[in-house]
Design a protein. Structure first.
Length: 262
């Protein structure tokens, strides 16, 4: 485990794989930490350098006062990757992580050579929806939202398994302040114009039963980028890397090979 002090925030991050391996960076969703990617790691190519981190207010990173801006979240990722001397990585972002990917790609094309936009969009929800969620967490903590979030995150069949408790616990044990802060960042983000300006290899991944970012929303964003690819994973909700890790890993591995990263 490593901690990077950026002044206003300290980021927990982890690096796996050889220092000289092709770098793949993973950014996780609202309400999860870097363990989100554990299920898919065994299905990725050997020899790559894998970087994961907890965004501010999540996991083992510090939790500054809310609200947060998307610009701050993008800058956190930028400064972490600069610290690690990352150039021309493939950046895999899920949900808010996919928004960070879009923002960073616009800002630093020297850092990102290709990206995977998983279960995300250029704009997610509306300010009214996010205001209501923020108010719920302020009044009753993340626990008040937990059951509804599980329905959006996972397919019906997965919700019937004991594994659901792992992810519900991960959600409810995040800092309320961090959840509120990142919710505010999502609420204030509309990347349609900037994402449409991007010209880099892009893969979109959607879960067929995703209640947060349905497939049509993911496809709409991915289609903004000429030459992009799109794949739907069946029997999966908002976190297909958890429900269908083998398929997710196969899709990602194929994309890494197609863009010449491995």
């Amino acid at each position: 485990m490593n901690m990077l002090d950026l002044g206003d925030v300290r980021l927990h991050y982890r690096v796996d794989g050889p220092d000289d391996g092709a770098t793949v960076v993973f950014a996780n969703s609202l309400g999860t930490d870097l363990r989100l990617w554990d299920p898919v790691l065994p299905y990725l190519p050997e020899g790559i350098r894998i970087i994961r981190y907890d965004k501010r207010g999540h996991g083992l990173s510090s939790c500054p006062p809310h609200p947060y801006s998307m610009g701050a979240l993008v800058t956190d990722a930028e400064r972490l990757l600069d610290h690690l001397d990352v150039r021309e990585c493939v950046f895999v972002g899920l949900s808010i992580g996919g928004m960070i990917a879009q923002g960073l790609a616009v800002k630093r094309l020297d850092v990102i050579r290709a990206m995977v936009l998983s279960n995300t969009a250029a704009k997610i929800g509306t300010p009214d929806i996010w205001s209501e969620r923020i108010r719920d967490v302020e009044e009753g903590g993340i626990e008040r939202l937990a059951d509804a979030v599980m329905e959006r995150w996972f397919s019906r069949s997965f919700r019937a398994t004991p594994a659901l408790e792992l992810w519900r616990n991960m959600l409810t044990r995040q800092e309320d302040v961090g959840y509120i802060g990142c919710s505010a960042a999502i609420s204030g983000t509309d990347f349609y114009t900037t994402t449409a300006s991007l010209r880099l290899p892009t893969l979109g991944i959607a879960g067929a039963e995703d209640g947060s970012t349905p497939p049509d929303l993911v496809r709409e964003t991915v289609d903004l980028i000429p030459g992009s690819q799109f794949h739907i994973i069946r029997k999966a909700g908002h976190l297909p890397c958890v429900e269908q890790p083998e398929e997710y890993g196969a899709i990602l591995t194929r994309f890494l090979r197609e863009v010449g990263h491995v």
